[in-house]
Ligand binder design. Structure first.
Ligand code: TXA
Ligand code: MG
Length: 329
């Protein structure tokens, strides 16, 4: 029921985009690749269309969506009270994997895009298929990651198909996404600005452009600033435990689990010959590896992490969520 088309210059690319544009304009959803993960898009000005995103994903209605536009100018037509720091970020990082939380102009987006907040998360994606689609569509596209809510984000069209087959009309297949985890979310409505979700655009890179930014210390209080942060995320089916990346420790853990008659998958940069399954660990591979765990019959998953490693806060953030902060011991 779900159609998947490979977007390629050699196979009538124009026709692929035309189909996607027609479906989106008629108020339906389309999955498409971005440089981070695949998104599930709908016309951000159409409440019913946006509602189909929530239905297909099983996403809680209080978790707002990111709006994708084709240029800084397009973004500026939808937001207000834009600080000079926000403009500097747009110039430095767009198109790219940085989502800016800004004050939305009233009545611009359907209310379910922003979960009734006054603010909106907005970005210009850096992917030829996403950009071409946006240019042809000439509408803002609300698009969360194109996975079932709670599952790892999709980095391949096949992942989208696995989760949403029969629930959406069309997937544009643009191959594997380059970055592999979702965009950095930076709240520009606070001073100093706050990183609500770490991503490939690092704190250091942002600070180089606009000076000090803070990192969100999680969900203090009952109203998280980024509503999505309170939900379970990226979780594979089998329990996932973090373990310090130390060969002897991991080998001992594998043995311990197997003695209980359980099969163990290891997600690591190194191969462990005695493990039942080995899957690669890197930003680009993490979600695909979590999904491979689901397709295997592993009973328990170990993900090896460098405890003293600085600068990989984005990967660590996703791993901690996938493991629900559990450490193997
Ligand atoms: O890389 C990405 O960002 C991908 C691709 C498709 O662009 N999209 C994505 O969307 O990850 P989603 O919906 O899975 O994550 C959006 C995050 C959530 O944590 C949400 O709570 C937060 O952004 N967010 C959206 N609008 C917000 C707002 N107005 N204020 C605070 N947080 C917001
Ligand atoms: Mg998501």
């Amino acid at each position: 029921k779900t159609k998947m088309i490979f977007v390629d210059k050699n196979v009538d690319e124009e026709n692929s985009y035309a189909q996607a544009v027609e479906i989106l304009k008629s108020g339906e959803v389309v999955a498409f690749p971005t440089e981070t993960v695949y998104g599930l898009g709908a016309d951000a000005t159409n409440f019913k269309a946006v509602n189909k995103i929530f239905e297909a994903k099983g996403r809680p209605a209080d978790n707002p969506l990111i709006v994708h536009v084709d240029s800084k100018d397009a973004a500026l037509s939808y937001v207000q009270k834009v600080s000079s720091k926000a403009l500097q970020c747009m110039d430095a990082f767009w198109p790219g994997a940085l989502t800016l939380i800004l004050q939305a102009k009233p009545d611009t987006f359907a209310s379910n895009v922003t979960a009734n907040l006054q603010t909106v998360g907005i970005r210009v994606p850096n992917h030829p298929v996403a950009l071409t689609l946006l240019k042809k569509l000439q509408l803002p596209l609300a698009a969360p990651s194109a996975n079932t809510s709670g599952k790892p984000s999709p980095t391949l069209a096949e992942h989208v198909d696995h989760d949403l087959n029969g629930k959406i009309p069309l997937i544009l297949d643009g191959g594997a996404t380059e970055i592999g985890i979702e965009s950095t979310v930076l709240d520009m409505t606070s001073e100093p600005p706050v990183i609500l979700r770490p991503g490939n655009v690092s704190k250091e890179q942002i600070e180089h452009v606009i000076g000090t930014v803070r990192t969100s210390s999680g969900n203090k209080g009952n109203i998280p600033k980024s509503p999505g942060m309170k939900y379970m995320h990226y979780a594979p089916t089998a329990p996932l435990y973090l373990i310090e990346n130390e060969k002897a420790l991991i080998e001992k853990a594998i043995q311990y689990v197997q003695q209980k008659g359980k099969r163990v998958a290891v997600i690591s940069e190194t191969q462990y010959p005695f493990a039942d399954f080995n899957f690669p660990l890197s930003m680009e591979n993490l979600y695909a590896s979590l999904r491979k765990c689901d397709l295997s019959d592993a009973d328990l998953i170990l993900a090896s992490v460098e405890c003293d490693e600085k600068g990989n806060d984005a990967l660590m953030n996703r791993l901690e969520k996938a493991a629900d902060h559990k450490w193997f011991s």
